[in-house]
Design a protein around this ligand. Structure first.
Ligand code: ZN
Length: 112
């Protein structure tokens, strides 16, 4: 069985050995909460490698985990992830929401 990952830059599903991860520490906007952000990219495609540092999951107002994406935001996502279909984008977004909810809940526990 081979493990496959989706490249966050071009949106293609690639085998494990063709995917690398760009990691940075990011801050939740308006707070001093830091966390690690991982962006997957095709390590055999220079365009994907160059595009990975430009992708961030916390930019702009999208950080609000309860907010639904507006059509404009969906369009922005589409532009950002060229090659992603809208359906995959929405599925991806829902996955991100779940992850963020977990993240927020975890942080709440830490503070208590
Ligand atoms: Zn790629």
């Amino acid at each position: 069985m081979t493990i496959e990952w989706t490249c966050h830059v071009c949106g293609k599903v690639r085998p494990d050995d063709k995917i690398s991860v760009f990691t940075r520490t990011n801050v939740v906007p308006g707070t001093d909460i830091t966390f690690q952000e991982n962006v997957r990219y095709c390590n055999d495609n220079p365009e994907c490698a160059a595009g990975a540092p430009e992708i961030t999951w916390t930019s702009r107002e999208r950080m609000d985990p309860l907010k639904e994406p507006s059509p404009k935001e969906v369009y922005e996502y589409e532009t950002m992830y060229r090659g992603f279909s809208i359906l995959r984008l929405i599925r991806y977004w829902i996955g991100e929401l779940r992850w963020r909810k977990k993240f927020w809940e975890r942080n709440k526990c830490h503070d208590a």
